[in-house]
Design a protein around this ligand. Structure first.
Ligand code: PLP
Length: 436
């Protein structure tokens, strides 16, 4: 069986005449791995089915949201019930507060929350709010961290920009770029130096709770705590971006795995992906005194026609209700099982690599065993060319991986023995392909 399937080819040819690159989000175009993207027509549990009727074990999980697997019966039931009541009311609904209460109960750093529709909107609003609250303009971000496609945070942004080897995006004004300081990840000295030079102008430091858009990078011991301490010393805010890690790496997100025990609390957090269970919902939350700077209470404006959409809220409530501690320990176990098997297969094929981990998120970085990957420069220095043959071999074997080495692998509570066995069986041939 080849990895090029006729119906997907036809659909891609048509899509390319209608949409830039034939896609609505760049990494879907398979640019860095080559070949024709698969067009998916349905998803169930750990599986995706393409337009040619071929089934794949899914290790993308919609780029994170499908923690419970696709089409989880309880989530579908809640969505169907919500749809029957109407799609959007443009007014407040009971489930907005239900989802807010669930988030607040799980993540004690969240005293107030606002629902938005995408992760980009959440970080964009958090940045505006930090500026409005502090009266300062500069934002610090770390190279390789992705926070969505807002102008000011697209410099050295990881994710699709890493995949396409772009330093930033055209169309971002110099003025917008000049208000962002980009520092190397895992380097508190660089942050101290930035605050020494510009401290009274820095509104916020934004960081991924654990980076997963330059491949996965483990925060050094004490790094996030250091960000909290330094921002506090200088009257700036810490924005912890948990769009990807939130409710995926643990019951209370990555902060719940680390920061809460270490005794530091972010000022603002952003969520997306799992919080909407596959529907377009994201959120920002945090300190009440900061959050209350948002309109209608405060002077920082933010709004959304579809914010708190009732169908999306129903999906979020059902998803988080079923994302129990047992779900997280199951996904953690599967993640360890898969990453161990991946490493063993690459070792057997003689492929130098490191497995990058943060909670149950992991990715592979080729040619990096000597030092691992601690920042964006390390990630970019890896042997990227090994990923395309690895990816296509897995695809041939019916396993759908992220089409870029700079993305995390996502598992779900629906990845049962049958799905895992298909992945494990596919690894040796893919490792050999990566060796060549
Ligand atoms: N922040 C992080 C850490 C992300 O991984 C992403 C998306 O992958 C975003 C923000 C942006 O979210 P969205 O794609 O929903 O705009």
């Amino acid at each position: 069986m080849t990895s090029h399937t006729p119906v997907s080819d036809q659909l891609f040819d048509r899509a390319r005449t209608l949409m830039p690159g034939g896609v609505n989000s760049p990494v879907r175009a398979f640019g860095s791995v080559g070949g024709t993207p698969k067009f998916m027509v349905s998803a169930q549990g750990p599986y995706l089915t393409d337009a040619d009727g071929r089934q794949y074990v899914d290790l993308v999980c919609s780029w994170g949201p499908a923690l419970l697997g696709h089409a989880h019966p309880a989530v579908l039931e809640a969505v169907h019930a919500a749809v029957d009541r109407g799609l959007s009311f443009g007014a407040s609904t009971p489930d907005e507060a239900n989802l807010a209460a669930i988030v607040k109960e799980r993540v004690s750093a969240v005293e107030r929350i606002r629902m938005v529709s995408t992760g980009t909107e959440a970080t964009m609003t958090a940045v505006r709010l930090a500026r409005g609250f502090t009266g300062r303009n500069l934002i610090v971000k770390f190279a390789g961290c992705y926070h969505g496609h807002l102008d000011g945070l697209l410099a050295s942004a990881g994710s699709g920009l890493a995949t396409m080897a772009l330093p930033g995006s055209a169309g971002v004004t110099e003025a917008a770029a000049a208000e962002t300081l980009v520092l190397p990840y895992n380097d508190l000295d660089a942050l101290e130096a930035a605050f020494a030079a510009h401290g009274d102008k820095i509104a916020a430091v934004i960081t991924e709770a654990a980076p997963a858009n330059m491949g996965v990078v483990t925060p050094n011991e004490g790094f996030n705590a250091g960000l909290s301490r330094i921002t506090r010393e200088h009257g700036a805010l810490l924005i912890l971006d948990e769009v990807l890690t939130g409710f995926r790496t643990g019951y209370a997100g990555y902060w719940g795995l680390s920061g809460r025990q270490e005794g530091w609390v972010p000022d603002l957090l952003t969520f997306g992906k799992v919080i909407g269970g596959g529907m377009p919902t994201a959120a920002l939350g945090g300190r009440a005194d900061v959050m209350d700077y948002l309109a209608p209470l405060g002077p920082v404006y933010q709004a959304g026609t579809l914010s708190g959409n009732p169908v999306a809220m129903a999906a979020g409530v059902a998803t988080l209700t079923h994302a129990t501690p047992e779900v997280y320990s199951y996904v953690d176990t599967r993640s360890t099982e898969l990453s161990t098997a991946l490493s063993a297969a690459l070792d057997a094929a003689g492929v130098d690599h490191s497995i990058q981990r943060a909670g149950n998120l992991f990715s592979v970085a080729f040619g990096t065993s000597a030092n691992g990957v601690h920042n964006y420069a390390d990630a970019q220095a890896q042997e990227v060319f090994r990923y395309a043959p690895f990816f296509h071999s897995m695809l041939e074997s019916g396993v759908y991986l992220p089409p870029s080495v700079f993305e995390a692998w996502f598992l779900s509570s629906a990845h049962d023995d049958a799905a895992m066995n298909r992945i494990l069986d596919a690894l040796p041939a893919a490792a050999k392909a990566a060796a060549e």
